[in-house]
Design a protein around this ligand. Structure first.
Ligand code: UDP
Ligand code: MG
Length: 323
């Protein structure tokens, strides 16, 4: 029984050696047969060189480098594609997801769980702005996709069956955390405390979090589109009331002073229209991206035992190389 650990890494040169050592030590101690799959997400520092070095020292470590930064979602999916394990754990490579939880997840998996969710007990140290925006994001997301997202994280163990289901999904805009809920299967939970980051800094800015929120909300829910209908209905009701009022005024001969109403109406309706078009435009952009059918990521280099398992997207690239 092989356990794969997928570790997305973006500019984490300081974390790689330590994380590799800690995980290898821990898994050997628990006599779990393992492999570590590091995915460098187009890092601009020596992350990939560190992965190569770690792979040279330990044959159970493999890795890949993206041709540019494709985002954590893409890195997770690339890792799932490369992982050969019967069970796969996805965790951050900054050790904010405590490694001691991994053997616990492994035990639950051995006793029959197909998905083991890591549940955040506390969110760890974060700036107030981050805490507030993350809180808002999860509240909105939980409403939209009808599952409690606040405590969930990308730290989870998936059975091979679940990994194969996720890999078979054709969509480009993925949201790993929600997709693994959506897939179903027998789940168990393990709670953990988010650690503080030892080296480097968080890659999320307020803007990137906002983009993440909008992308994920629209790739997982069509509720915003229905909102457009609701707004339309509200403005129709509003206009009926005004229509009657205007008509009554016209009949009673006091119809001149309607200027404010006209301006307000133009503003309100114009605002609604533009907002609605924006929402629809966003979904069309989503459809456009999906229809183009571009790969989620491009692998430029591999480290370690490459022959072990190649994923589809990487294979096609290698064939092109050979020609
Ligand atoms: N990460 C990534 N690509 C990105 C941003 C982040 O692969 O574009 C990785 C990062 O290296 C880390 C994990 O995702 O392993 C979580 O990122 P980070 O620690 O910056 O987020 P936080 O823990 O602050 O939420
Ligand atoms: Mg982190």
């Amino acid at each position: 029984m092989l356990l794969s650990i997928v570790l997305p890494a973006y500019n984490e040169e300081q974390n790689i050696p330590n994380t590799a050592k800690v995980l290898a030590g821990l898994l050997e101690e628990n006599s779990i047969d393992y492999e570590l799959v590091f995915i460098s997400d187009g890092s601009r520092d020596a992350t990939f060189e560190q992965i190569q070095r770690a792979a040279g020292e330990n044959p159970r470590i493999r890795g890949a480098e993206f041709s540019r930064n494709f985002g954590k979602e893409a890195a997770i999916f690339a890792g799932l594609g490369l992982a050969a394990g019967d069970a796969v754990v996805v965790m951050d490579c900054d050790l904010q997801h405590p490694p001691e939880v991994v053997p616990e997840m492994w035990k639950l998996w051995r006793s029959g769980a197909e998905v083991v969710e890591g549940i955040k007990e506390s969110r760890g140290k974060e700036s107030l702005a981050h805490k507030l925006s993350a809180g808002l994001f999860y509240r909105i997301m939980s409403k939209l996709i009808k599952m409690d997202m606040n405590a969930s994280s990308d730290f989870k163990l998936l059975d091979r069956k679940v990994v194969d289901v996720l890999l078979s999904l054709p969509e480009r805009n993925t949201f790993f955390r929600a997709l693994s809920f959506w897939a179903g299967f027998r789940r168990e939970y393990v709670s953990y405390e988010v650690r503080e980051r030892q080296f480097g800094e968080s890659k999320w800015s307020a803007l990137s979090l906002m983009k993440y929120a909008v992308t994920n909300a629209t790739s997982f829910s069509t509720l915003p589109l229905q909102l457009v209908t609701v707004m339309g209905a509200v403005s129709i009701l509003f206009s009926i009331v005004l229509f009657i009022q205007t008509f009554v005024k016209y009949l009673s001969g006091t119809a001149v002073e309607g200027f404010t109403t006209v301006i307000l109406l133009i503003l309100v309706i114009g605002g609604f229209l533009m907002l609605s078009l924006g929402i629809i435009g966003h979904y069309i952009a989503r459809i456009y991206e999906e229809v183009k059918g571009r790969p989620k990521y491009i692998i430029s280099r591999m480290a370690g035992d490459v022959g072990r398992k190649k994923d589809k997207e990487c294979e096609t690239r290698m064939e092109v190389d050979a020609e």
